[in-house]
Write a protein that binds this ligand. Structure first.
Ligand SMILES: *[C@@H]1O[C@H](CO)[C@@H](O)[C@H](O)[C@H]1NC(C)=O
Ligand SMILES: *[C@@H]1O[C@H](CO)[C@@H](O)[C@H](O)[C@H]1NC(C)=O
Ligand SMILES: *[C@@H]1O[C@H](CO)[C@@H](O)[C@H](O)[C@H]1NC(C)=O
Ligand SMILES: *[C@@H]1O[C@H](CO)[C@@H](O)[C@H](O)[C@H]1NC(C)=O
Ligand SMILES: *[C@@H]1O[C@H](CO)[C@@H](O)[C@H](O)[C@H]1NC(C)=O
Ligand SMILES: *[C@@H]1O[C@H](CO)[C@@H](O)[C@H](O)[C@H]1NC(C)=O
Ligand SMILES: *[C@@H]1O[C@H](CO)[C@@H](O)[C@H](O)[C@H]1NC(C)=O
Ligand SMILES: *[C@@H]1O[C@H](CO)[C@@H](O)[C@H](O)[C@H]1NC(C)=O
Ligand SMILES: *[C@@H]1O[C@H](CO)[C@@H](O)[C@H](O)[C@H]1NC(C)=O
Ligand SMILES: *[C@@H]1O[C@H](CO)[C@@H](O)[C@H](O)[C@H]1NC(C)=O
Ligand SMILES: *[C@@H]1O[C@H](CO)[C@@H](O)[C@H](O)[C@H]1NC(C)=O
Length: 385
């Protein structure tokens, strides 16, 4: 009885050993072929035929000794991505960032059926993204940033329903931003910055991305208005639409988003008044400078206890600076120069927080300087009446 049991036990052990040996030998061959295809870069000299790939620092294996993660960031790789990379059948995470890889989008990866994370940022890839990119159906995280991809973002990208993070920044995209991106309901971060899109407007469907925490789109050629639907982005923490040609008013719903902490709308053509009701109590940086905003500075800014940066310069704001602002305990940077502000500076400014920049020149301010302005250690004061 005992004898039979240990016999079975040995068979089981042997089976596990043999199957992991099989992965070891065939996947090691694949990896050594990859290295050879990439012309044996010095960064991979520790890959050799007498050690197990699972022990190589660039690799993580599963319990069966099969490769699931390959991290080749900054390894000096050149040339194309060889098709046999998907012979690593269990590959889930592929990081090739910061190399010199060339060619069009590597469709060979469609054969990596388990792939959930792909980072090919900072390489020399060119050309349009394929229309059938949704064949990478398991993807949760993708970073294609800092390459030379061109053309449209294909609408099929909206079919990658597991996506949580989509980064396409700093490419040469000059076509459409598809509204289908609004279908990516699991999306947490969306980075489209530094492209020259030819879309007239931000798709209002982006307002459907209720789980979105970061939307990063500076310098993307945007025109038209900020969609009212953004009021529905209840989890939004960072919104950067700076350096575009957006016009119209700032939707009042933006300042009601409870989790919003960083708002950058500077260098646009926004007009109208700043919404007077502000409930985004977590705001720590507001930069809406270099627009055409009119009206007065809302009293409600004084409710923002976390606020460190308030940049309102180069607008057409009038009225006086609300005294509530002088009581914000976190305020470090206050820049309102080049507006039509009048009246006296709040007398308590500089008393409740340590100002690092206080720039109010080119306005119509009167009266005397607040006495605590320098006491708090203000480094930079620019006052010119
Ligand atoms: C193979 O690589 C391992 C480390 O990955 C190293 O310890 C070993 O000395 C190498 N063997 C040969 C023959 O180069
Ligand atoms: C190992 O392989 C077996 C059979 O292919 C599979 O059922 C199991 O999930 C694998 N284990 C791991 C940790 O991948
Ligand atoms: C996937 O692999 C199959 C078989 O090796 C091959 O015929 C096919 O061209 C590959 N697909 C892509 C997109 O590379
Ligand atoms: C990518 O685009 C930049 C700027 O247009 C250009 O200087 C560079 O040579 C391009 N690189 C490739 C690999 O096409
Ligand atoms: C998204 O997937 C569906 C179902 O496979 C397909 O019919 C549709 O054409 C795809 N959308 C795009 C834009 O490719
Ligand atoms: C995705 O969005 C587009 C346009 O925004 C819509 O027409 C389409 O029906 C949506 N597809 C799915 C599968 O939800
Ligand atoms: C949005 O986030 C919540 C909380 O993390 C999660 O339960 C929900 O499944 C997410 N929605 C989608 C569509 O992924
Ligand atoms: C927010 O979403 C709800 C439900 O989908 C919708 O009825 C409403 O019109 C949206 N709000 C805006 C401002 O788009
Ligand atoms: C806001 O952030 C908090 C804390 O990170 C989180 O629990 C909450 O789900 C977020 N969303 C909303 C709508 O408050
Ligand atoms: C506000 O921000 C702090 C961190 O600065 C965070 O811990 C807290 O959850 C945030 N609150 C909301 C409502 O998001
Ligand atoms: C800004 O808007 C005005 C009209 O309000 C328009 O005349 C002007 O061309 C716009 N400027 C830019 C840079 O878009």
């Amino acid at each position: 009885m005992i004898h039979t049991f240990s016999f079975v036990f040995i068979i089981v052990i042997e089976f596990l050993f043999v199957s992991s040996q099989q992965f070891l030998i065939s996947e090691r061959t694949t990896l050594l072929n990859l290295r050879q295809q990439w012309r044996n870069p010095p960064s991979l000299t520790n890959w050799n035929a007498s050690s197990s790939p699972c022990d190589w620092p660039e690799i993580i294996c599963n319990g069966n000794g099969s490769v699931t993660l390959l991290n080749l960031e900054s390894k000096g790789l050149t040339g194309a991505l060889p098709p046999f990379i998907c012979d690593l059948q269990n590959l889930e995470i592929l990081i090739l960032a910061d190399n010199y890889l060339t060619g069009e989008f590597p469709r060979v990866l469609y054969n990596c059926s388990e792939l959930i994370q792909l980072d090919i940022s900072q390489n020399d890839f060119v050309g349009p993204l394929p229309d059938d990119i949704d064949r990478l159906s398991q993807l949760e995280y993708v970073d294609l940033g800092a390459n030379n991809f061109t053309g449209d973002i294909p609408p099929a990208i909206g079919n990658l329903s597991a996506l949580m993070s989509l980064h396409l920044y700093q490419n040469l995209f000059d076509g459409l931003i598809p509204s289908e991106i609004g279908n990516l309901s699991s999306l947490l971060t969306l980075g489209l910055a530094y492209n020259k899109f030819a879309t007239p407007e931000i798709p209002p469907e982006f307002g459907k991305l209720r789980n979105l925490t970061k939307l990063w789109m500076p310098q993307t050629n945007l025109i038209g208005k900020i969609p009212e639907s953004f009021a529905n982005l209840s989890n939004l923490e960072l919104l950067d639409l700076s350096s575009n040609n957006l016009e119209g008013e700032i939707p009042s719903g933006l300042f009601l988003l409870k989790n919003l902490s960083n708002l950058y709308l500077y260098k646009n053509n926004l007009s109208g008044e700043i919404p007077s009701v502000i409930e985004s109590v977590n705001l720590s940086e507001i930069d809406i400078s270099m627009n055409k905003l009119t009206g007065s500075i809302p009293e409600d800014f004084g409710k923002l206890l976390q606020l460190e940066v308030l940049n309102l310069f180069s607008n057409q704001l009038s009225g006086s600076i609300p005294t509530t602002i002088s009581r914000i305990p976190a305020l470090k940077i206050f820049r309102v120069f080049r507006n039509n502000l009048g009246g006296e500076l709040p007398s308590e400014i500089g008393l409740h927080s340590k100002l690092e920049a206080f720039e109010v020149s080119e306005n119509k301010l009167t009266g005397k300087l607040p006495e605590n302005l320098c006491g708090g250690g203000t480094d930079r004061i620019k006052i010119q009446k």
